[in-house]
Design a protein around this ligand. Structure first.
Ligand SMILES: [Zn+2]
Length: 232
């Protein structure tokens, strides 16, 4: 696929499909592929990880036509994005709200920065899958049936792939990020755990802690390659 000239990188040239609504009623948007969906890449499930949304958006805006095989969700937690919160408008940590066998009702500890203790508490939701953003994402995965889902996060600086897949290995080699099988602490109710329990391959792509320009330089080309690759 030819990429658009730089002058056109300011806009996304085709329209998304609305796959649900957030708690506040914001549209949950997916840019669908033109062919069979083999990959879904989603960003922004943590509203304070805005760099994942704009890096993926910048990659999408370089395409001259819809990706042939890859669906794109730029903001899977739009309420968190507009409010700058990790959780959604109800204060739920969406990546602990997925219906998994290890879901727990306990408050979810979070650290404000990498140096801080995990002492900020968020809710995992009233019950597994209680949040509309989670329900809609699961319905989207069921509809598109991608072979792999790539979840963008920051700033843990790793490629986390429980399946240790060839694609995960390639992403790690391409980005120079460590290739790991888990992030080193329990994540009950996470999307990755849901994927493991439901036979959906999930790769968590964690950007490093970095400034915006460096992230764009280093990771947007990798995302463009994911959206345009034709070798499966
Ligand atoms: Zn995250």
């Amino acid at each position: 696929m030819n990429l658009r000239p730089r002058q056109q990188w300011g806009t996304i040239p085709w329209e998304p499909v609305v796959y649900g609504r957030s708690v506040l009623g914001a549209p949950l948007e997916v840019w669908k592929p033109s062919g069979r969906c083999r990959m879904l890449v989603f960003a922004g499930i943590h509203g304070e990880e805005a760099e994942t949304t704009f890096a993926l958006s910048r990659a999408l805006r370089q395409l001259s036509e819809p990706s042939r095989h890859c669906a794109v969700v730029l903001a899977s937690n739009p309420d968190g994005s507009i409010r700058g919160t990790r959780g959604n408008a109800r204060g739920v940590e969406l990546n602990r709200n997925f219906p998994t066998s290890d879901w727990r009702p306990d408050p979810v500890p979070h650290r404000s920065t990498l140096e801080d203790p995990r002492d900020v508490l968020l809710s995992p939701g009233a019950h597994p899958g209680s949040e509309p953003e989670v329900q809609a994402l699961l319905a989207l995965v069921a509809e598109l049936r991608p072979e792999v889902v790539i979840a963008l996060h920051a700033p843990l600086a790793c490629i986390d792939d429980a399946n240790q897949s060839a694609l995960g290995r390639r992403l790690a080699a391409r980005t120079g990020l460590p290739f790991v099988a888990d992030v080193g602490y329990p994540t009950p109710g996470s999307f990755g755990t849901w994927g493991r329990e439901n036979g959906v391959a999930v790769i968590t792509y964690e950007f490093p802690l970095s400034d915006t320009d460096a992230l764009v330089r280093e990771h947007v080309p990798v995302l463009v390659e994911l959206l345009t690759r034709t070798d499966g």
